[in-house]
Design a protein around this ligand. Structure first.
Ligand SMILES: Cc1cc2nc3c(=O)[nH]c(=O)nc-3n(C[C@H](O)[C@H](O)[C@H](O)COP(=O)(O)O)c2cc1C
Length: 309
């Protein structure tokens, strides 16, 4: 394996007493065992086929192609129907996602940053939540007839494995201390429960300030939506999908001058319990903390050339 180097030479070794985060949270293994990451990566590689099987001459290839077409049609029908739906729960219609005319793509790109310093007394408005959700995982009306791909974010195989949940702390137009699920079809929120005085920060490794921000958006992934087609490799795609959607959220927040902090430092099972998902078929992959940034987002609007001089 080629040794990793920086432009200035060899990378410095990590500090000797570094406690990696996963070690701190209980994994014990011997150095002789390949890491889970290595095992997973090696076992989910694709290789070029040694023999090209043509569906018109080979019965196995034909059966495979037919099963794939059938599975794709079934899954697409489900995706078009809108993913997970909580039918009997009260709903809140969201306003149309909107971005200010003045916020150019360039402005959003330059303004994208992680905000952790929030104005803890300010609420976030429903329009903001609507725009963040809509442009991350909502339906793009200009693509609605484009079967298989109709959201703002790309998705492996057009299978859309993600679900979004909104924890409202202070969002005008939503109940405080309430949990909602986002239904992209119809662009609405389903009110699942209210959680009273429970501290949301207890779900996170750090960041006690989370309790006083506007909202937390949890992104979960439903692996079986991909695994029937991609097998174990599906996990790679699910995480990539989440990255695409979350980046949209970050850019929308930047365009709106709203603070957003992408977070993975959460306790998985307490989050699963909180969302009432099983933690096996549906797992939490990402959290986005949304709030009003203290002192603004610091977007000077400076151009790339200016900043890279
Ligand atoms: C996958 C991922 C996970 C992250 N998790 C956390 C987190 O748990 N807590 C946190 O404060 N920031 C988290 N961040 C934000 C990063 O620390 C931040 O993006 C990085 O320091 C670069 O700063 P910038 O986003 O302002 O460019 C995460 C970012 C990514 C992409």
């Amino acid at each position: 394996m080629a040794e990793e180097t920086t432009a200035g030479g060899k990378l410095p070794p990590p500090p000797e007493r570094l406690v990696r985060q996963e070690d701190a949270f209980a994994v014990e293994r011997s150095d002789a065992t390949p890491s889970l990451a290595e095992t997973y990566w090696v076992n989910t590689k694709l290789y070029p086929p040694r023999v090209a099987l043509a569906p018109d001459t080979d019965p196995v290839a034909r059966a495979n192609a037919e099963a794939l077409a059938e599975g794709t049609a079934a899954m697409e029908a489900r995706v078009v129907a809108g993913g997970k739906v909580y039918l009997t729960f009260p709903t809140v219609s969201l306003p149309k996602p909107r971005l200010p005319e003045s916020a150019s793509f360039v402005y959003a790109m330059h303004g994208r940053r992680t905000v952790r310093n929030f104005n803890l007394s300010a609420a976030v408005d429903l329009q903001t939540i609507s725009s963040v959700l809509g442009y991350s995982y909502g339906w793009n009306p200009s693509r609605r007839r484009d079967y298989g791909g109709f959201k703002y974010a790309p998705s492996a195989g057009g299978l859309y494995p993600l679900e979004f949940y909104v924890v409202s702390m202070k969002v005008t137009g939503l109940k405080p201390h309430a949990l909602y699920h986002y239904r992209p079809r119809g662009h609405l929120l389903e009110h699942l429960t209210s959680f009273g005085n429970r501290k949301i920060s207890s779900l996170f490794v750090a960041s006690p300030w989370i309790d006083d921000t506007g909202a937390v958006i949890f992104i979960t992934g439903i692996l079986p939506r991909l695994a029937w087609k991609y097998g174990e490799r599906a996990l790679r795609y699910l995480l990539l999908d989440a990255g695409h959607a979350a980046q949209n959220a970050c850019l929308v927040a930047a365009a709106l001058d709203i603070g957003i902090c992408p977070v993975v430092g959460f306790f998985d099972d307490p989050v699963h319990d909180f969302l009432d998902v099983d933690g096996i078929n549906e797992v939490v992959v990402y959290a986005l903390i949304v709030g009003s940034p203290k002192g603004g987002c610091g977007n000077s609007g400076a151009g790339f050339e200016e900043e890279n001089r």
